[in-house]
Design a protein around this ligand. Structure first.
Ligand SMILES: N[C@@H](CCC(=O)N[C@@H](CS)C(=O)NCC(=O)O)C(=O)O
Length: 255
């Protein structure tokens, strides 16, 4: 008997990508919420053993043996490769190459830095990162065998604190996001989905990206006068049943 288990958080964009892939694939799955905002459960020793970087999502695939996968782009590719459920991969080699390009472009958009930078409360955004740093150091002392992992976690939060304030860094992310959006717009001029006339994994990841850009207030990129194809595509994606089932939420954490 196969079972699918996702460690995730409702408002985490990386988790949303996996939830949407699962719903579009049409597979039954169960989830465990990891509170990365208040309780910092991603730093619990049991969780670090599953996901050594201490981030969500983590996916467990049980089918006689257990496979543990991390990194949302890797997990959604795995989900799409399963024989059961709906097809989410294109058929031709050239379309598969284009799929990789579209996934990588979406995955490279550093939505986390943009989210911290645009959080309605800079103070709260900093508070979350500080709590992670403090907890990582405490846990490193308490669990010396996981010390290196905790130092990586602390360093990530330190970097997030720095980058969210670094104007040039943010501008670079925004510039590459605009290039990706422009590429997606051109794709959508040719057909109704990103890769042709059927829904694929590229649509999964891009739906989540657009939804987060919407929350972050990048209205010009979703506006019908600037990017007409993206604008109508985004509306269409929001109307899919999977969008609700996967809880693609346009909500701030800890406002
Ligand atoms: N590239 C990874 C990034 C994972 C990641 O950074 N997840 C965030 C939530 S979207 C997280 O767990 N943050 C908690 C932390 O940094 O402590 C992926 O796509 O899965």
């Amino acid at each position: 008997m196969t079972s699918l288990m996702l460690y995730h958080h409702p408002l985490s964009v990386c988790s949303m990508k996996v939830r949407l892939a699962l719903e579009e694939k049409g597979l039954a799955w169960s989830g465990r919420v990891i509170d990365i905002v208040k309780k910092q459960e991603q730093l619990a020793p049991w969780y670090l053993k599953l996901n050594p970087k201490g981030v969500i999502p983590t996916f467990e695939y049980r089918n006689g043996t257990t496979k543990v996968l991390t990194d949302s782009a890797h997990i959604i590719r795995f989900i799409a490769s399963l024989t059961e459920g709906n097809a989410l991969l294109p058929k031709t080699e050239s379309d598969n190459q284009l799929l990789d390009k579209l996934i990588n472009m979406a995955d490279d958009i550093d939505l986390q830095i943009l989210s911290y930078a645009r959080h309605p409360s800079m103070v709260k955004s900093e508070k979350i990162l500080n709590a992670r740093i403090t907890r990582s150091h405490l846990m490193a002392e308490k669990y010396p065998e996981l010390r290196d992992n905790y130092f990586v976690c602390a360093e990530r939060s330190e970097n997030n604190k720095t980058f969210r304030m670094d104007k040039k860094h943010i501008e670079d992310i925004e510039q590459s996001t605009l290039e990706a959006i422009t590429f997606a717009e051109a794709q959508l001029k040719k057909h109704s989905f990103l890769l042709g006339n059927t829904y694929t994994l590229a649509d999964v990841i891009w739906t989540v990206v657009l939804s987060r850009l919407d929350l972050l207030g990048f209205n010009t990129w979703l506006d019908k006068n600037n990017f007409p194809q993206i604008a109508s595509y985004y509306l269409k994606m929001q109307q899919r049943k999977s969008y609700t089932l996967a809880q693609i939420q346009n909500e701030w954490w800890d406002k």
